[in-house]
Design a protein around this ligand. Structure first.
Ligand code: NAI
Length: 258
């Protein structure tokens, strides 16, 4: 009998853009995708970080090219998409991962500045990237978008209201795109990481990390960037063709524990 299964679990040769790829989960995702044979556009505002990641990937035998971009720059996003298509000939996968947190009490004086910055990076950039890349993602035939939200996309903690609102926005935006753009054949899903050891959480002392994880995370520990990257990879496989609008928690069970 011939094999019943027809769908591919390989991203070999696919072109993937990963934003925020100079550090943390973006870096882990860029590495993993390159390890799996994808051609990776390493995009970040941190020029030196990009150079380092591109070098690491090439030394590991992968294919990567770096682009410096502040994702708040709409013209820069348009230029990026043109440059990636010039270099690699297509865009099959887009990972909107770049993100920041600017903790501020709701009554802080400089609140509005942090609100605008957080919204621009964490939410507005995602929609701009998708609008700019959509025609190429559609041409791919198996276009995949994964937006990185957070457990803050489904719950809340004090003093990070802009971050929480932006991440709830990412969940809503992902669902809206999945519904409105389903007929393009591109899928739109989002990943909600829990506490992960990255640049974003680097200032939290280990003892505080361990205490938090013991109390709040059923698995009793912080996650590693690679664990999130693998969840993201699952959502961009050609075989992941009927998952659209999903919100995948990658949080060790944090969000379902009472
Ligand atoms: P990270 O700080 O290690 O990496 C974020 C990267 O984004 C950095 O390389 C930074 O240069 C880049 N970036 C920031 N602003 C940018 C801009 N305007 N334009 C271009 N690049 C920019 O952080 P991490 O943790 O890897 O964050 C990745 C994503 O995961 C973010 O969206 C974050 O909100 C989300 N997340 C992180 C969690 C954690 O515990 N670390 C938990 C849940 C979600």
């Amino acid at each position: 009998m011939t094999r019943l299964s027809r769908l591919s679990r390989s991203i070999e040769g696919k072109v993937a853009i990963v934003t925020g790829a100079a550090s943390g989960m973006g870096r882990a995702t860029a590495h993993l995708f390159a390890d799996e044979g994808a051609r990776v556009a390493v995009v970040d505002a941190n020029r030196q970080g990009i150079a380092d990641v591109v070098k690491e990937i090439r030394e590991a035998g992968g294919e990567a090219e770096g682009w410096t971009l502040d994702v708040r720059d709409p013209a820069g996003i348009t230029d990026l998409v043109v440059a990636v298509v010039d270099r690699f000939g297509a865009i099959d996968i887009l990972i909107n991962n770049a993100g920041i947190t600017r903790p501020a009490p709701l009554q802080a004086e400089a609140y509005e500045e942090s609100w605008v910055e957080v919204m621009d990076v964490n939410l507005t950039a995602h929609v701009r990237m998708v609008r700019a890349a959509l025609v190429h993602l559609q041409a791919s035939g198996a276009g995949r978008v994964v937006n990185i939200a957070s457990t803050e996309g489904v719950g809340a903690q004090p003093f990070v209201s802009a971050y929480t609102a932006s991440k709830h926005g990412v969940v809503g935006l992902t669902r809206a795109m999945a519904v409105e753009l389903g007929k393009t054949g591109v899928t739109f899903n989002c990943v909600c990481p829990g506490p992960i050891r990255t640049g974003m959480t680097a200032k939290i002392p280990d003892a505080a990390k361990e205490k938090f994880a013991r109390r709040r995370v059923p698995l009793g520990r912080y996650g590693e960037p690679e664990e999130v990257a693998h969840a993201t990879l699952s959502l961009v496989l050609p075989a992941c063709s009927y998952v659209n609008g999903a919100v995948l928690m990658v949080d060790g069970g944090l969000s379902i524990q009472n």
